[in-house]
Design a protein around this ligand. Structure first.
Ligand SMILES: [Zn+2]
Length: 391
């Protein structure tokens, strides 16, 4: 296939003074190029994806007879390195149908920002369309991520929850309405998706997540898991972590505690996992294990205290991470990091930089699961509370 460079339509190209071109507008994207004879501007105007490099050269020759094919090739390479081109030929062969190209036109234009001659923007959309995502929890967090994912173009989602719509959900859970009160959230969410995009496959599982084994059943066959449930606190993260690490499925999670929202991801075999995070905090916080033990025994379940605005900021950031994970474009911000945002100040409150702890982590490494922190989280606390853990 012959490369047919296309100057990305998301970037402007204009002369800011005679012989000086400006490409792009965004900070760090915009560049200025000297173009004394106007040949670069002329060449860019011809780069509509219909001409090979050789054909570009042939069309420029009558006006600029001194231009060589090597110079045109070099100019194309430079514009590609600067991020202004993609290859229309490769893009055209990405298997998306016309409806998908139309429906996701704005997504694809957004993906142009990071695309190159070697990576067409439609490829990112194609990867998203082919992903199978499981969302554990269909409350405020899960239903908001779900709406983002179907807008993004995910064509296969599995929703897991046992809860029913309550009047008190209707400050932030916009997939549900007053007439849905009392209905299963996963069923209402499924109807929302079916109405929004009839080509999306939605599978619903009405189940409570109460062990690693249940998580394994719920996530089988997924490319990505979103943990959008937080009870039992700390424990559910570890169940999902164990299942995902064992099955090699990446997962993204997060939460809200009053004005602080957090997000993190686990990519099995590559990054830190939830248990690595606990080991890191033992090193950073002198009385971490005592605090965790006291907290687990007291079992304080904080009442839901959040607004739609804060919830959508968090789920927006998580969905943005999911986009990078599914497309492979852009750097994931949560790779080896747990990030805490202050929703009132829009600032990062804290960033924990955590490497995978292969030596000590019992889940993604060779560590001992009888370390005190894991005894606290696994069994002791349940015994002290007088219940038997099923995990
Ligand atoms: Zn680990």
């Amino acid at each position: 296939m012959e490369c047919k460079p296309l100057f990305k339509p998301i970037h402007p190209c204009y002369e800011i003074q005679p012989g000086l071109l400006r490409l792009g507008e965004l900070a760090r994207v915009a560049v200025e190029l000297e173009d004394a004879d106007g040949s670069i501007r002329h060449m860019i105007s011809l780069m509509d994806g219909s001409r090979s490099i050789d054909e570009l050269h042939q069309e420029l020759l009558p006006t600029y007879p001194y231009l060589t094919l090597d110079e045109v090739t070099e100019a194309v390479q430079t514009l590609d390195e600067l991020g202004f081109l993609y290859d229309h030929t490769i893009d055209h062969f990405v298997p998306l149908d016309e409806t998908q190209r139309e429906r996701y036109r704005a997504n694809i234009r957004y993906f142009m920002l990071q695309s190159r001659l070697s990576h067409p923007p439609s490829l990112s959309q194609h990867k998203i369309c082919n992903a199978k995502v499981t969302i554990l929890g269909s409350g405020g967090f899960g239903s908001s991520v779900l709406a983002n994912l179907v807008g993004l173009g995910v064509q296969s989602v599995r929703l897991v929850d046992f809860d029913r719509v309550d009047l008190s959900n209707l400050n932030r859970q916009f997939l549900f309405t007053e007439e849905n009160i009392g209905e299963l959230k996963v069923e209402v969410a499924k109807r929302f998706v079916n109405r929004f995009n009839s080509s999306v496959e939605v599978e619903t599982l009405v189940m409570e997540i109460d062990s690693v084994e249940v998580v394994e059943k719920a996530i089988a066959g997924s490319d990505l898991v979103v943990l959008a449930a937080d009870q039992p606190f700390h424990i559910i993260q570890r169940w999902v972590n164990k299942a995902c690490v064992k099955m090699g499925i990446p997962f993204i999670g997060g939460g809200m505690n009053l004005s602080i929202g957090s997000l993190f991801s686990v990519i099995p075999g590559e990054t830190n996992c939830v248990d690595c995070n606990h080991l890191y905090r033992i090193r950073m916080i002198p009385d971490y294990e005592d605090l965790m033990e006291a907290g687990m025994i007291r079992n304080f379940i904080s009442p839901t205290a959040t607004t739609a605005a804060n919830m959508s900021m968090m789920t927006g950031m998580i969905s943005s991470e999911i986009t990078r994970l599914l497309t492979g474009q852009g750097d994931m911000q949560t790779r080896n990091k747990v990030i805490y945002f202050n929703m009132d100040t829009f600032e990062k409150h804290l960033v924990e930089e955590i490497d995978r702890d292969i030596e000590n982590c019992p889940t993604c490494g060779h560590g001992d699961s009888s370390q005190r922190i894991f005894r606290i989280l696994d069994t002791e606390v349940f015994q002290k509370r007088g219940v038997v853990p099923r995990g």
